[in-house]
Design a protein around this ligand. Structure first.
Ligand code: HEM
Length: 138
C-alpha cells in the first residue's frame, strides 16, 4: 500500500460511511453467492448490527492507516475474536471480493482504478494480519 493509496482510502471513507449501512446487504449477498457456506456462519446474527460493527471496525482501521503499528494490535484482537467462527483463509478472499463489489456498486460511475487498487491494497493488508493471526503458528 502506497502513501497515495492510503490517502485515497481515507478520503473516500466518509462517502462509504454515509452509504454502506444501507449497502452492506450487497456485501453479504455477494459473499453468500461466492461462498454459500458462509450463510450458516451468520445464521444467528442481526445483519443490521453486524453491518454497523463491520463499518465501525473498518472506519477505525482507515483512520489510523498511516500508522500501521497502532492498528495491528486491534486487528490481531479482532482476528482472535473470529477464532470460534469456523473460518478458512479462503473466506477472507471471498469477503474481499464481496467488499470491493459493494464499494463498486455504491460508487457507480464514479468508481475508478485508483479507488479499486487502493481499497484492494488496504483489504490485502487487513486480511494478511487477520489470516496470519488466525491460521499461522498452528
Ligand atoms: C476485513 C475483514 C473483517 C473485518 C474488519 C470484520 C469485522 C467484524 C466485526 C467488527 C465483528 C463484530 C464482532 C467483533 O468485533 O468481534 C465481526 C463478527 C463476525 N465476522 Fe467478521 N470481519 C472480517 C472478516 C470476516 C470474514 C472473512 C468472515 C467470514 C466469511 C467473518 C465472519 C464473521 C462472523 C461469523 C462474525 C460473528 C457474527 C455474530 O455475532 O453472529 N468476518 N466481524
Amino acid at each position: 500500500m502506497t502513501p497515495n493509496q492510503a490517502e485515497i482510502v481515507k478520503k473516500s471513507f466518509p462517502k462509504i460511511l454515509a452509504g454502506t449501512l444501507s449497502a452492506t446487504h450487497i456485501l453479504y449477498d455477494k459473499l453468500f453467492e461466492l461462498s454459500p457456506d458462509t450463510r450458516d456462519l451468520f445464521k444467528k446474527t442481526s445483519m443490521e448490527r453486524q453491518s454497523q460493527m463491520l463499518i465501525a471496525a473498518i472506519g477505525k482501521l482507515v483512520k489510523s492507516i498511516d500508522n500501521w503499528d497502532t492498528v495491528k494490535p486491534d486487528l490481531e484482537a479482532l482476528a482472535k475474536r473470529h477464532a470460534g467462527y469456523g473460518l478458512s483463509p479462503e473466506h477472507f478472499v471471498y469477503f474481499g471480493h464481496a467488499f470491493i463489489h459493494m464499494l463498486k456498486s455504491m460508487y457507480g460511475n464514479e468508481w475508478n482504478t485508483d479507488l479499486e487498487e487502493s481499497w484492494k491494497a488496504v483489504y490485502q493488508k487487513i486480511s494478511e494480519v487477520m489470516i496470519g493471526t488466525l491460521f499461522e503458528n498452528k
